[in-house]
Structures are given as C-alpha cells and as structure tokens.
Design a binder for this molecule. Structure first.
Ligand code: G
Ligand code: MN
Length: 337
C-alpha cells in the first residue's frame, strides 16, 4: 500500500504548462492490540520511522525497536546539550600558530570542546549532530566564541603578545541573520579590535559562487576589518581563478599536504608548489598539522614561515594554553631564505 501511495503521489502533474513531480517518504509503525500503544504513541512511532526513512533516503521504512532506542538517546543528548549551554560548558581550546621567522606567536586558533559534567572533555563530533538537529549549534558557537574572546582579551591586557584570535566559521554561522553585527558587538564587548580577529573559512564557503549571500557576507566581514583565512586549503574545490578574487589574507595548507612530507616525493613537489604560489600571490601561508621535524624542515626550506600542529602544541584548555604561552621562546629560528 505504501508503494502504491508513493507511486500515486509521484505521478507527474501538469501545472501552467510545466510538468511537476513531488516525492514522498512514508514511515510505518504497527499497532498490536494489547501492545500498550495509544494513538499518540503510535503516531510518534510512525514519525520516528519517517525520520529514518528520510535520513536513509528510503521511500518507506518500517519501525524497528533500535530506532526508538536511538531516538531516546538523541533526545537525552539534546537535553544535556541544552543544560550544557545554560551552564556555560562549551569552552574554547586554543592551539598556537607560530611565526618562526620572528619567533612570535602569530595567533591562537579556537577549537570548541564540551566540558561534560560526567564524561569529561568531549570533541565536537560527540554533539555536532544532536546540536544541528535541535538548532542549537549557533548557540554553542556563540558561547565558545564569547568565552574565547574574553580569555584572549584578558591575556592581551596582561601584556601578552599573541597576534590574533582565529575563529572557525561555518556556512550556517554566516547565514544566521545579523551575524556580522553580532560578531562586531561581541568583539567590542570583549574590548578587541577587528584586526585582532581572524576568521577561518572553508573553501566550500568562499567559493560557493552559487550562493551570492555567502560571498557578500565574506566581503562584509572583510570590510568590517576582520582578517580572513582560507582553512584546509587544497581539500575543497577552489580554483586558482577564484582564489585571485577571494577576500582572504591567509591560506592554511591542509594537513594532508603536510603529514608524510619526507617520505613522498610527489607530495613534496605539490606542497612546494602550493607554498610558491601563495608567496607569489602575496598571501600569508600557514602549514597545518605539522607533527615531525622533517616536515618542518622541508616547509621552512620552501619558504613557509607560519606553522600549527602537534609539533608545537595540541589544542589546550585555558590554563594549559597560558602556561604554554609563558614558556614560548620568542627567538627567531634560523630559516633558509
Ligand atoms: O579544520 P581545522 O584545521 O580547523 O581542524 C582543526 C583540527 O585539527 C582540530 O581538531 C585539531 O585537534 C586537529 N589538529 C591540530 N593539529 C594537528 C596535528 O598536528 N595533527 C593532527 N592529526 N591533527 C591536528
Ligand atoms: Mn581551522
């Protein structure tokens, strides 16, 4: 019956000279007399089956007990995320970006973590899906950002030389209404200037020319004085032509072009060319995910000055980051020209 219904619904209809076709998904839950289900529960079970049908791209899905358990897990995770937001449990971790030509700290990248009251520190992968599903990701991002700005501003006030605070932005951040104004407000509240904030954007955001709104938002951020960096460079779909026009001042070379340098001659040539190109274009270029000395040596010998990765430091919570900053030796390293 379900497939007949779908076949009926999907039959092409003619409207105003156009042929239109709609699709449908169906979730099915069964009622067993004496099974303890009332009409409301039956409907909500079929809704769970429908959600699974849409998730898996199936046209029809019959409810399985595991789907109910999964739904209950998600519901309680969402409730925990809500409590986490209320209790300010979403915090910034800081990973240094260093400039080896001056020996200075070039900046600190902010990475979100959840200080869960029972499970300890959790990475975004544990809450991302639930947060997106419940529309809470914007709130979490805001909390992490505001905490990061407050901490960073405190460090600057105590005389630390830290360069810039680097924040990761997503397409949905940029789409949320009033985002640029909110960011400026948050920055002023923290006592920071736009020149001390760098925004890391994925290639998919900067080069989605089909989404004119996103492109305009990036330009608005640039005009407001924020520094823009292209994150994970080399993994997306940027073309050299659009890169010329992109409002970015920094390229972050993805760690897949860094890890294993030294063992792979092809990789050496590709990464070397990326560094040369960025240099020719007058862009700052930072190598991400540097873990080994031989990677660092190759990058230095090919003109790279800015680095981030476990070789220097992993992302650290506030106190640990402060200790790291205080122990960082501000001495230029002898670099090849
Ligand atoms: O996409 P983006 O560059 O923002 O990702 C940052 C992520 O990369 C963080 O989760 C961080 O923990 C991880 N990371 C940072 N430095 C290194 C590194 O040297 N090696 C590896 N494998 N991961 C890293
Ligand atoms: Mn990043």
């Amino acid at each position: 019956m379900a497939s007949e219904l779908i076949a009926c619904i999907s039959a092409p209809v003619r409207a105003d000279g156009h042929v239109c076709q709609v699709g449908a998904s169906i979730g099915i839950a069964r009622f067993r007399p004496g099974g303890g289900l009332n009409a409301g529960r039956l409907l909500s079970h079929s809704d769970i089956a429908l959600y699974n049908a849409k998730e898996c791209g199936n046209s029809t899905t019959l409810l399985e007990p595991e789907m109910i358990r999964e739904q209950e897990r998600t519901k309680s995770l969402i409730a925990e995320v809500e409590a986490g937001i209320r209790n300010n449990e979403f915090v910034p971790y800081f990973q240094p970006q260093v400039d080896l030509s001056s020996g200075q700290i070039h900046g600190l990248e902010v990475l979100a973590r959840w200080n869960h009251p029972r499970h300890g520190t959790l990475p975004p992968s544990t809450f991302l899906e639930a947060a997106i599903r419940s529309n809470l990701m914007g709130e979490i991002d805001r909390q992490v950002r505001q905490n990061a700005m407050r901490v960073f501003s405190g460090w600057l006030s105590s005389g630390k030389d830290l360069g810039r605070l680097s924040l990761n932005l997503t397409a949905s951040n940029l789409r949320s209404s009033g985002f640029v104004e909110d960011l400026l407000d948050e920055m002023l509240t923290a006592g920071l200037g736009p020149g001390t904030i760098q925004l890391e954007l994925l290639e998919s955001i900067l080069f989605d020319q089909s989404d004119a709104f996103l492109v305009r938002q990036c330009q608005a951020l640039r005009s407001a004085g924020f520094l823009l960096a292209l994150d994970d460079f080399g993994t997306g779909h940027s073309s050299i032509a659009t890169l010329i026009e992109a409002p970015v001042s920094m390229l972050k070379i993805d760690r897949s072009f860094v890890s294993g340098l030294g063992q792979n001659p092809k990789l050496l040539r590709v990464t070397g060319s990326m560094l040369a190109m960025a240099g020719q274009m007058g862009l700052e270029v930072l190598a991400e995910g540097v873990e080994r000395r031989e990677e660092l040596e190759f990058l230095v010998n090919n003109g790279c000055r800015l680095f981030q990765g476990y070789f220097f430091a992993a992302p650290m919570e506030e106190e640990e980051a402060l200790l790291w900053i205080e122990n960082w030796q501000k001495e230029p390293v002898q670099l090849a020209s």
